[in-house]
Design a protein around this ligand. Structure first.
Ligand code: FES
Ligand code: FES
Length: 159
């Protein structure tokens, strides 16, 4: 199949890849760019495991075709940690609160939480639940995840 050349900003670095136009962003990230933190669960936009930020908004990367990424700014879980490999307060809080069990949902959860905290630095429980409503977790029962996001919001406030 014919390929297209795609250039976008990924975790603050410009990348260019040649891909078939019908490739999904999820596959480009995992298979072409070897960033396997973004997970594939359902592949049909229902579980949120593949969540990334595209131009600051959460998207299911299993539903985004190559051409839609052209010229965009994408953040994956690999781009969330601070310079020098220091964990982001959200990542720290997920660990501290026991919000990571099998970890499959965690990258998507963290990105949904990051998008929330960027627009609302003091979310209440209902707002947190709403923000992660597209991310399914089969392990934790969500309580620890909500607590972790609240704790991270508190840490970010104190910075
Ligand atoms: S793998 Fe994309 S929403 Fe489930
Ligand atoms: S920690 Fe296992 S799916 Fe959420």
């Amino acid at each position: 199949m014919e390929t297209i050349e795609l250039t976008f900003t990924l975790n603050q670095r410009e990348v260019t890849v040649s891909v078939a136009p019908n490739r999904r962003l999820l596959d480009i990230l995992r298979e072409e760019l070897h960033l396997t933190g973004t997970k594939e669960g359902c592949g049909i936009g229902e579980c949120g495991a593949c969540t990334v930020l595209l131009n600051g908004r959460t998207v299911n990367s299993c539903l985004i075709l190559a051409g839609q990424a052209q010229g965009s700014e994408i953040i994956t879980i690999e781009g969330v940690e601070k310079a020098g490999g220091k964990l982001h307060p959200l990542q720290e809080s997920f660990l501290e609160k026991g919000a990571v069990q099998c970890g499959f949902c965690t990258p998507g959860m963290v990105l949904s939480a990051l998008a929330l905290l960027r627009k609302n630095s003091t979310p209440n429980v209902d707002e947190i639940r709403e923000a992660i409503s597209g991310n399914l977790c089969r392990c934790t029962g969500y309580k620890q995840i909500v607590e972790a996001i609240q704790a991270a919001a508190g840490k970010l406030q104190r910075k």
